[in-house]
Design a protein around this ligand. Structure first.
Ligand SMILES: [Zn+2]
Length: 250
């Protein structure tokens, strides 16, 4: 592999390293997740200071040492700082949650996840109300679970095996599994007919097509909780952003 690489990338996490350097975790278009050192990027006059902040989208030049498998950022050309995400706590915590999931699942195991992730951030940044932010979250998670091959089965009961028809509600029992009305406990979250229909109808749509599709507030809230719990079960240990941003994400 060539030592100098160019790729579009988005910063997921950034921490101070030594005197005035930064260790940056990035989602890159060409190489998936990369952790790279940005020399001097903590310095107040560094041209890389802003572009190494979380959720900045840039065209980057990276240097890779194949012997030590170390990455260094040599130049970033910032394309979008996503001020709409930075200036809104709900957007910020939801994007932080999505970033943490990408980090904990090693980039999501599918090259299409990068495009899906950057597209989602672009639309969350521009979203004009909380409802659209929540819709984008569930549209993203549904596609993310599908790309990971762990989309839950909404057509059969995981306990008794009975087929569940579209018009019947389904209940989330934990561990990424659903069951029928006859097998549920009272604490299980319900996805009703409207919620299921919304998921099926929007699954092949673009975000722009899916956003105006009607979904009532309770169904939206239940889908969101279910999907977050499914993702949490997938990652297998507590996601920090669900703790710190609980009141903004749920
Ligand atoms: Zn059942």
């Amino acid at each position: 592999m060539k030592r100098n690489q160019r790729t579009e990338l988005i910063v997921l996490q950034s921490e101070k390293n030594g005197e005035n350097h930064k260790l940056v975790s990035m989602f890159t278009e060409k190489f998936g997740l990369v952790r790279a050192l940005a020399f001097g990027a903590s310095g107040s006059k560094s041209p890389m200071r802003a572009a190494t902040s979380p959720f900045c989208l840039s065209d980057g030049e990276l240097y890779h040492d194949p012997v030590k498998d170390l990455w260094r950022i040599t130049h970033l050309n910032g394309k979008n700082l996503y001020d709409g995400i930075r200036g809104n706590l709900k957007k910020f915590y939801i994007v932080s949650f999505l970033a943490e999931v990408v980090l904990k699942t090693y980039g999501g195991g599918d090259e299409r996840v990068y495009q899906l992730f950057t597209k989602t951030l672009l639309l969350i940044d521009k979203a004009i109300n909380d409802c659209d932010v929540d819709r984008l979250l569930i549209l993203y998670l549904w596609r993310y679970l599908w790309m990971n091959g762990v989309l839950p089965d909404l057509k059969g009961c995981s306990i008794c095996g009975k087929e569940i028809f579209l018009q019947d509600p389904i209940y989330y029992k934990g561990d990424g599994l659903f069951c029928c009305g006859g097998c549920r406990s009272r604490s299980f979250l319900e996805l009703n007919h409207g919620a299921k229909e919304y998921l099926y109808n929007t699954s092949t749509m673009t975000y722009e097509e899916a956003l105006p599709v009607f979904l009532d507030a309770e169904a939206l809230s239940n889908i969101k909780k279910c999907f977050i719990l499914i993702v949490q079960a997938l990652v297998e240990y507590p996601l920090k952003t669900l703790e710190s941003g609980r009141s903004f994400i749920f």
